[in-house]
Design a protein around this ligand. Structure first.
Ligand code: SF4
Ligand code: SF4
Length: 440
């Protein structure tokens, strides 16, 4: 049965749907003593996991049971914020019956859903820097992922997900949409943008990808589409090119260390010191190997850039640039796995979400984005072939008829990745390195 669960998950192409995109079958083939359902939903404005919990609680619980069974874990925990009253009611009802899991309540701070932070909150164990939760015998899966795990058991591929559409749109909502749907279709469904030349954030405002391309497709990891005006504080802070960040660092970094003192990974005891990296950048100091390697410890939570720095500098952007360069040059450093203790000041330095939302200029968009359970009808989809954890090889030809759930692409050889499937019935219009285009 254990092998059967992992195989079903692999067949269905399930990945970490909270944003990480890691193939779930790899987690299901590991062994751990605790499985944690991540319902922290810690990015501002995003309500896609809440939609899953309210619409599909039985399957979330079933997915958790399956992951517990697959990993032979002795404990299963749902970690969720204490402010999520409806979710607590729903999951409490399940936990009091025969379902065999407990609920762990979290404070409304950012980024409590970061796997390293979450594992420490729930178990008290600190994941070694540069490591993964499995190194402390924990497996973490987002609740949307667990919903898809339960559907995988029923033989259903990962073909749709909930996406919150909010910000500058007429009618915000959390829609159930086929993977590959162009964001233009989501905008139409929500009444269109209410500003000229809107900026789109695919995902949460802190970690999502900024684009103006309305044909970008919904991915398995797309939690939200946030529509913002050009002059929004978040857009201003997040969209400067790296050359501007470097110039600003030279001109304005006063080495106050606030970026380090509020960094959630630093506060877990990891050897990550963004202020030192900014000093190197500002003064053209050639980075040491250790300093370059420290970029790989950054979770890209974005706090240093959009919240901590009084000069509006962006250490996270610098770290993203260093990581891209290391990957491009094939010089990703071997990380020293180091077990650390949380720093004693950590408790007092946690950032309430409400303060973050206000700082980002997002308070006006906090209105509800109600869930709609009906699957959105779409005329075409572009199924991505390039995901965070690898590239896929198309298995279909142009002109071929496909049904929803048919296999379209799979990982190359033994490379990590997750299969991709048709999310609508239709015909293959084109196959490129990036997408398989299916039209109804
Ligand atoms: S918070 Fe800003 S000014 Fe202070 S050290 Fe970090 S980058 Fe420099
Ligand atoms: S983005 Fe900034 S605050 Fe977040 S982990 Fe990286 S360095 Fe720390």
């Amino acid at each position: 049965m254990r092998a059967g669960v992992a195989e079903a998950i692999e067949d269905a192409g399930v990945v970490g749907a909270g944003g990480a995109g890691f193939p779930t079958h790899i987690k299901a083939r590991s062994e751990a003593d605790i499985v944690i359902a991540n319902y922290a939903e810690c990015e501002p404005l995003v309500a896609s996991d809440t939609a899953v919990i309210t619409q599909e609680p039985e399957r979330v619980v079933r997915g958790l049971q399956l992951m517990q069974e697959a990993t032979r874990a002795t404990r299963a925990v749902v970690a969720m914020k204490r402010k999520t009253e409806k979710g607590i009611q729903i999951l409490d009802k399940f936990s009091k019956t025969e379902k065999g899991f407990t609920v762990h309540l979290l404070d409304d701070v950012y980024p409590v859903g970061d796997e390293h932070v979450l594992v420490e909150e729930v178990t008290g164990r600190v994941v070694p820097q540069g490591g993964i939760p499995l190194e402390v015998s924990a497996v973490v899966s987002n609740v949307t992922t667990l919903w898809r795990v339960a559907l995988a058991e029923e033989g259903k591929a990962f073909t749709e997900r909930f996406v919150t559409v909010t910000g500058e749109v007429k009618a915000p909502g959390t829609l159930l949409v086929p993977v590959g749907t162009p964001v233009s279709r989501l905008l139409t469904e929500c009444g269109g943008a209410t500003v000229e030349r809107p900026v789109l954030v695919m995902g949460g405002p802190m970690m999502g990808e900024i684009t103006q391309d309305t044909e970008s497709p919904v991915r398995k990891t797309t939690t939200a589409l946030i529509v913002l005006p050009q002059d929004n504080a978040l857009v201003r802070k997040r969209s400067a090119p790296i050359s501007v960040d470097v110039r600003r660092a030279m001109a304005a970094c006063m080495q106050c260390s606030d970026c380090t003192l509020l960094c959630p990974r630093y506060l877990l005891g990891h050897q990550l010191f963004p202020h030192k990296t900014m000093r190197s950048v500002a003064f053209w100091v050639r980075e040491s190997e250790a300093e370059l390697a420290s970029a790989m410890l950054c979770s890209e939570c974005g706090l240093c850039g959009v919240f901590a720095c009084p000069m509006e500098l962006s250490p996270v952007h610098v770290y993203q640039h260093i990581k891209q360069e290391l990957v491009r040059r094939g010089k990703v450093p071997e990380l020293r796995r180091e077990v650390t203790d949380p720093r004693p000041e950590r408790e007092g330095r946690r950032i309430p979400l409400s303060r973050l939302v206000a700082r980002l200029g997002l308070t006006a968009y906090e209105a509800k984005a109600p869930a709609k359970a009906e699957l959105l009808e779409v005329a075409e989809v572009r199924i991505p072939l390039r995901e965070k954890w690898g590239k896929l090889r198309a298995t279909v030809l142009v002109g071929q008829a496909v049904r929803k759930g048919d296999l379209l692409a799979e990982p190359f050889g033994k490379q990590p990745g997750a299969r991709a499937h048709a999310s609508i019935d239709g015909k293959i219009e084109s196959v490129t390195e990036e997408f398989v285009h299916v039209a109804a």
